[in-house]
Design a protein. Structure first.
Length: 692
């Protein structure tokens, strides 16, 4: 762009439900202003503190601008600059040699460093499919919740974010939207001003919980029990919409029998809260159909996370809240806009498709996968890993094992990055990737019902290239000729969605790119008359699909793996439950290296309840060691009743290299998986804390 008052349309690419529309002003090749688009209804011209400083990220002095190869030991972070020609030759030679004999020894590793469909998993997936590489189960964040919704509603669908402003009761369950869902919080505040009652359900008194009318501080991992206890009261008080139950739900009698085993007295014991709190909550929720639930992903990062989401998702169907546009539930709206995965990712390129498929490796168990020597059950040892849109050494659970895997000298590692992250330090090849302002992409949202286009506002900084172009470069050097590997980003974007679906209502890539964003054609009250995406077309309290899989067809409470109920001997040694929700100034591990944001966050700290601190001789401001059998980290103690007794809260995720002891909260988290979806159990974690 020339120096002018014109702006380019962009989309915030980060893993946040708000998916904000941005306007980028450029002068002399640099972004000088990044603002929210005032015309985009969800964004309303407002960006969070992090993304309003996005130009600091794009033009950061430590930005990677040239390809580099390792010259020191793995993990030291010592590199020398090389040309793209040399970099692509090294990548093609090593990957080509492995692919020729043992393609499953190659593993891609990526997640939501960008939520864009083009720079996420389009050309990249096509490339790895063509090689026959191992497939990655991308489940680190939201898969348990997605599975819970899928077996209840048929897809990741829910109410419109804007309509929370009209709700009379809002349950904010397992989230801290002031830090991670700002534009929903704006609507919740509007509802509050109009008389709505806001209740936060969270083990931790977050910034959001402090501003609600009530905070229910239950034990971590007990959300499913609370939902079942609410059902007990709704049923015994007959606060049900019987007509809705008959017409639009499946399995009510079976659910009723299950719920009636969860009396308020039993649930109070499980959750560590007063019995009357449960009764009052259920009666308030059942007092109006304009009762809305904003779930977030914190509650599903435990053993029973999928079942917990199933249980909570049943509530609006019991009361008929779905009849109102200001009633229902929202965890994710991503399922409204269907991706054309076959066109975007081309699984048909897999050799032997569809009868013979490469193995699948769960990304949450990358530590075990990289340290596995290989056998008949596991398959070949992983010899090469290509990391893009992720920072697993910092963000994956059981970090000590993850780092040990990446430290293998015989593991060929390519990392596509914008900065030299913890993972980049272990790379053999470090390839500079563009930011959102330098490439083209198309987005949907999991927090609202709009699709969006991102156009490049800047030329790539230095020699940085889009992910798509990096994979095209390597494929070309390997001598691959499959045309799908070389399609232009514009053509890929045009294939991203199932544009013929009625929700797109005439939207296509050309119109979307011209306008910047478009609203999906989703009814105001999408399930007022049923129409769920399940096999029965109803809200499935009882899932025949789960029953056929040999799993419990009804939602239930599963105690956390690491809890007094789930593992009493472990709890005797490590009596404190630890959760590590996002710090307000970070987004996963993104933005940790932005000095202004890191300075605001201060240093790694953990919040301890005064009772737990006193019994351990810990005072506010002491340096403490948080540990279990997997590892340890050090942090500054904040003694506060924000954390309920028995709870440790470590706001995360710090880069390890930017922490005083080179460690972060994932030193103590485990590789165990959730009940449904194979997701991570970050908040299912017992520790002990001692003063250093």
């Amino acid at each position: 762009m020339n120096a002018s008052a014109d702006f380019a349309r962009a989309v915030c690419p980060h893993d946040c439900p708000d998916t904000c529309a941005m306007r980028v002003t450029v002068e002399d090749g640099r972004a000088i202003k990044i603002a929210g688009d005032p015309d985009h209804p969800p964004t309303q011209g407002v960006l969070c503190t992090k993304v309003s400083r996005y130009a600091e990220r794009v033009h950061h002095p430590m930005r990677l601008t040239q390809p580099m190869k390792r010259v020191g030991r793995k993990g030291e972070g010592r590199f020398e600059s090389i040309s793209w020609e040399e970099a692509s030759e090294i990548a093609a030679s090593r990957l080509g040699e492995i692919a020729a004999r043992t393609p499953e020894a190659i593993l891609p590793y990526s997640y939501a460093g960008t939520m864009g469909l083009v720079q996420g998993d389009s050309i990249a997936q096509r490339f790895f499919h063509k090689l026959g590489a191992s497939r990655l189960d991308r489940t680190i964040c939201a898969a348990a919740g997605a599975a819970g919704l899928r077996y209840t509603y048929g897809s990741s669908v829910g109410m419109h974010m804007e309509h929370f402003a009209e709700s009379e009761v809002i349950l904010i369950w397992g989230g801290n939207p002031i830090a991670s869902n700002l534009h929903f919080w704006t609507r919740a505040q509007e509802a509050k001003r109009n008389g709505a009652k806001l209740i936060a359900i969270d083990p931790y008194r977050s910034l959001t919980a402090e501003k609600c009318h009530q905070h229910i501080a239950l034990k971590p991992g007990t959300d499913g029990a609370l939902a079942l206890g609410m059902m007990y009261v709704l049923i015994t008080d007959n606060r049900l919409d019987n007509d809705y139950l008959v017409a639009h739900t499946h399995g009510y009698e079976a659910l009723k029998a299950r719920a009636l085993t969860y009396s308020p007295a039993r649930v109070a014991e499980i959750c560590g809260i007063d019995e009357q709190v449960i009764v009052d909550l259920a009666r308030l929720y059942g007092s109006t159909r304009k009762a809305a639930i904003r779930m977030n992903y914190g509650l599903q990062r435990v053993r029973g996370g999928g079942n917990a989401v199933r249980a909570i998702a049943c509530l609006p169907a019991l009361t008929g809240a779905w009849r109102e546009r200001a009633g229902g539930v929202l965890l994710s709206s991503s399922g409204w806009a269907n991706i054309d995965a076959n066109a975007l990712q081309r699984p048909d390129l897999i050799p032997g498709w569809p009868k013979r498929l490469p193995r699948v490796i769960n990304m949450n168990q990358i530590g075990n996968a990289l340290t596995h020597a290989g056998d008949a059950a596991f398959g070949p040892k992983i010899e090469a890993i290509v990391v893009y849109n992720s920072n697993p050494v910092a963000v994956a659970p059981d970090s000590r094992t993850v780092a040990a895997g990446f430290a293998r000298e015989d593991l060929f590692t390519i990392v596509l990055e914008q900065f030299q992250t913890d993972t980049a330090d272990y790379a053999d090849l470090l390839l500079p990737a563009t930011t959102q302002l330098e490439h083209l992409d198309v987005h949907k949202s999991y927090g609202h019902t709009y699709v969006m286009a991102n156009v490049p506002a800047l030329a790539p900084v230095g020699e940085a290239r889009p992910n798509t172009e990096i994979f095209r470069t390597i494929a070309r050097k390997m001598g691959l000729t499959e045309p799908a590997l070389f399609e232009a980003d514009e053509d890929v974007a045009a294939q991203a969605f199932q544009w013929g679906d009625p929700v797109f209502d005439g939207i296509d890539w050309t119109s979307l790119k011209a306008n910047g964003w478009a609203k999906l054609n989703v009814a105001d009250a999408p399930f007022a008359n049923g129409g769920f995406r399940t096999p029965s077309g109803k809200c499935e309290f009882y899932s025949d699909v789960l029953a056929k899989m040999g799993l419990d067809p009804l939602p239930d409470y599963l105690p956390p793996y690491e809890s007094a109920d789930g593992a009493p001997e472990l709890a005797a040694r490590y009596p404190l439950a630890m959760i590590s929700p996002p710090a307000r100034n970070f987004l996963n591990s993104t933005f940790v290296n932005i000095e202004s944001l890191r300075a605001t966050e201060g240093e790694p700290h953990v919040d301890l309840n005064p009772a737990d601190a006193v019994s351990r001789g810990i005072a506010d401001g002491d340096e403490v060691r948080v540990f279990n059998d997997r590892g340890a980290m050090r942090a500054r103690a904040r003694v506060s009743d924000r954390a309920r007794e028995g709870l440790v809260v470590g706001l995360s995720i710090w880069w390890k290299k930017l922490s005083p002891d080179g460690r972060n909260a994932n030193e103590v988290t485990s590789q165990a998986l959730t009940d449904l979806g194979g997701s991570a159990t970050f908040y299912d974690c017992l520790v002990e804390v001692e003063r250093v």
